[in-house]
Design a protein around this ligand. Structure first.
Ligand code: C2E
Ligand code: CA
Ligand code: CA
Length: 727
């Protein structure tokens, strides 16, 4: 209640409290009504100064009586809002704003007493949307004495209006949206739906989504979708649907359940987008990356992939396999005398004959020029028997290549080939040495007068011996502290340092430094990679911790290579967590580089591990991208944030249009999937320029710095021998 000595003064005050206008009891009742009203009630005099301010207004605005009585009501408003409204009322009024808000209020009150939405500014500066009506106050004689404002809080209404607005904007999105009821009857679709499927809203509403079924998926697929929806309330994946026109297209579909406050299922909301372009890019990448454009035979890369698989299979079955390198004799002569077109025709014909000579499961590939490679799998389990089989196939190939060729005109053309063979069983030798052995055998065949077949054998033992020696030295390397962790810079388009990758080195005492490619495969096979990987992780975390303390390094990411066997350790997540904790390193600065081979089995297990690590803050980069098999839909299942384009593509980017096309497609795909793309192995300015031009934003390679010890790296950063963190 307003106490009497605080009663407002002025004309209006008199009107409210002076007896004689009305009886005192009535006056008190009026007061009680005003004071207890749920709406904010603010009365002003003609000058717009507050003369009455009820408790609801005090609560709403956070001012006490004393603070507002006698002040201008303009203080509760946003000046820009007043100006804007005035302008809307009339131009003439806008001019009146300057002398005083009251004039504006007066005109407002004079013209319309309806409610308007306004924004109040509370005492603490926060804003409150209100519906405000302003009316003119007249005394008993009909004379204007002031204005009365009544305001109610409409923040709830504003919020739901905003929600509706957002929802309706979202509905206008580029993605098709479909809302269905619990019986899966379509209730609503958006314009993008119509654009994408060809069905208008009228045609779609009332139907079920099976309207779009392509017939490409079996019932089990839809069953799995229903189950996932029922258990997670959510499904997403790649699905083929059919447009009204009958054409089939791939889409990325997300279905979510909508439940009411009581948890009862009320609707399904599906959103989808056409991913044909991505699929095309994906198959283009695949074709360019794995097939020889001239003969359509697998290329060397695909062959090496298959070789990897063949060796993995052979390791289990103990069966031998064979690698045949086939070189056409005197091909250069033909090319030089008859021209490249004829040369190409011969290569095509050879490819056809090789294909015809293959057994199911064998691979014929073109390695480049006039050299072909054939991979034979599932030979006998004994070396001698396997050699006999391989020779039989080689002989069949040799004879078929000796058949006459019709290249131009009617005169048959005769050509021969030399073949070198090396046998393998599981991982008994590295890929490199396997290829080298086949090459050596090929030279022996050429030496023997061409048109012949030779095996590699004598050097096999030497290689095996060397490998065994390496393995035993590797066993002691950790205990003897012979590993070193090097680091290589990663930069952005402006060549500013953004992070670095750790690269392992082995420094046996008194011997040359050993590169990881020479010992990591061996360490993988023997299981030594697990303790070695732990050491790498631990060392990297220790460096990260030091880096955090220095402004030049605090913002850098540190990427650590993780091998498949290491990642598959059941306690890998714990290993990372404890390495971070042991050194107090920031997980958000740690990036783990995984290779595609790791993603091929136990997808759910891999995703779960990655997710657990992401929760710690660790992020993931997909290393050597483009050399493996992972497809787009496959990749989407894993929470990567970065792709690293394999350096074999970067190497020939300026000279090989196929490699350039692959790189462009990878960058485009990365951008579409919102993955950052790092190009590795950048050695030349023109390589970087090309990459920048096509949207790549992160780079690593000798052009920016070689892998070097941390101490050197930090010294370089600081621009001299002192200033950076040191060990
Ligand atoms: P990666 O992960 O693809 O590493 C990049 C390789 O490219 C490194 O070879 C690096 O020295 C090299 N490189 C960087 N810039 C250029 C360039 O401009 N031109 C050329 N030609 N090469 C460049 P590095 O150090 O010999 O490592 C080879 C591989 O060994 C790595 O390939 C990675 O797969 C593996 N590796 C290295 N350190 C570790 C490790 O700590 N753990 C595991 N599991 N593997 C590792
Ligand atoms: Ca790497
Ligand atoms: Ca790589």
């Amino acid at each position: 209640m307003v106490d009497s000595d605080r009663a407002p003064s002025g004309l209006l005050g008199e009107f409210l409290v002076t007896p004689g206008k009305t009886i005192p009891e009535l006056c008190e009742i009026h007061h009680a009504i005003l004071e207890n009203a749920g709406h904010a009630i603010i009365a002003t005099d003609l000058a717009g100064q507050v003369v009455y301010f009820n408790p609801a207004a005090q609560r709403m605005l956070g001012y006490a009586w004393d603070e507002v009585v006698g002040q201008s009501v303009a203080g509760f408003h946003l000046p820009e809002e007043i100006e804007q409204r005035a302008r809307r009322l009339s131009a003439e009024m806008a001019r009146d704003i300057a002398p005083g808000f009251a004039v504006f209020v007066a005109k407002l009150a004079g013209r319309q007493a309806d409610e308007h939405d306004w924004t109040y500014v509370r005492r603490d500066g926060s804003r409150l949307p209100v519906a405000l009506s302003v009316t003119a106050l007249h005394d008993g004689r009909g004379e204007l004495i002031g204005y009365l404002g009544m305001a109610s809080d409409i923040s709830w209404r504003r919020r739901s209006e905003r929600d509706l607005q957002i929802a309706s904007l979202a509905f206008k999105s580029q993605a098709a949206i479909m809302v269905a009821d619990v019986d899966r009857r379509i209730l609503q679709v958006n314009q993008a739906f119509t654009t994408l499927t060809g069905y208008s809203a009228e045609e779609a509403i009332g139907q079920t989504p099976s309207l779009l079924k392509s017939g490409r998926h079996d019932p089990a697929f839809y069953q799995q979708m229903s189950e996932s929806l029922a258990s997670n309330g959510h499904w997403q994946g790649e699905i083929w649907n059919r447009r009204k026109s009958g054409s089939i297209f791939p889409e990325w579909l997300t279905i979510s359940e909508v439940r009411d406050e009581l948890g009862k299922l009320t609707h399904y909301v599906s959103t989808f987008s056409d991913i044909s372009d991505l699929k095309m890019a994906e198959s283009e990448i695949h074709n360019l990356a794995f097939y020889d454009p001239l003969t359509a035979l697998p290329n060397r890369r695909l062959l090496l992939n298959r070789l990897g698989q063949a060796r993995a299979a052979g390791k289990r079955s103990r069966q031998f396999g064979a690698l045949l390198i086939i070189d056409l004799d005197h091909f250069k002569n033909l090319n030089d005398t008859l021209g490249h077109d004829i040369g190409d025709r011969l290569l095509l014909e050879v490819a056809g004959r090789l294909r015809a000579s293959m057994r199911a499961g064998d691979t014929a590939a073109r390695q480049g020029g006039d050299e072909f490679i054939v991979l034979l799998e599932n030979l006998a389990a004994g070396a001698e028997a396997a050699a006999v089989q391989a020779e039989a196939v080689a002989e069949k190939i040799r004879l078929s290549l000796n058949e006459p060729y019709l290249l131009h005109g009617d005169s048959p053309y005769f050509h021969s080939a030399s073949i070198g063979i090396s046998l393998f069983c599981g991982h008994d030798k590295t890929t490199d040495s396997l290829l080298k052995q086949a090459d050596i055998a090929l030279y022996k065949a050429k030496d023997a007068g061409r048109n012949s077949i030779r095996f590699f054998d004598s050097a096999m033992q030497t290689a095996l011996d060397a490998r065994a020696r390496l393995e035993s030295r590797l066993h002691q390397a950790l205990a003897r502290d012979e590993f070193r962790l090097f680091v290589q810079a990663q930069v952005n388009t402006a060549r500013q340092l953004v992070g670095a990758e750790t690269l392992l080195r082995w420094q046996p005492p008194g011997a040359a430094m050993v590169a990881p490619d020479e010992f990591i495969p061996l360490a993988e096979e023997s299981g030594l990679i697990v303790p070695i990987g732990l050491w790498v992780l631990d060392t990297a975390c220790a460096h990260l911790r030091r880096w955090a303390d220095h402004p030049l390094t605090a913002q850098l990411y540190l990427s650590v290579n993780v091998s498949a066997r290491q990642f598959r350790q059941p306690d890998f997540v714990d290993q990372v967590r404890s390495a971070l904790a042991r050194h107090g390193a920031d997980a958000k600065r740690l990036k783990l580089e995984l290779t595609e081979s790791l993603l091929l089995d136990n997808v759910d297990g891999v995703v779960a591990k990655m997710q657990a690590l992401r929760e710690l803050g660790v992020c993931f980069s997909l290393d050597d991208f483009g050399t493996g098999y992972a497809s787009l839909s496959y990749l989407k299942r894993f929470p990567f944030e970065q792709l690293k384009v394999d350096r074999s593509f970067i190497r020939d980017i300026a000279t090989d249009p196929d490699d350039a096309a692959i790189v462009r497609a990878i960058i485009a795909m990365g951008n579409t999937l919102r993955l950052s793309v790092v190009a590795e192995g950048v050695e030349a300015e023109e390589q970087q320029a090309y990459l920048v031009e096509h949207g790549c934003t992160c780079f690593q390679g000798y052009l920016f710095g070689r892998p070097i010890p941390f101490a050197d790296f930090e010294r370089n950063l600081a621009g001299g021998p002192a200033g950076a963190p040191q060990n």
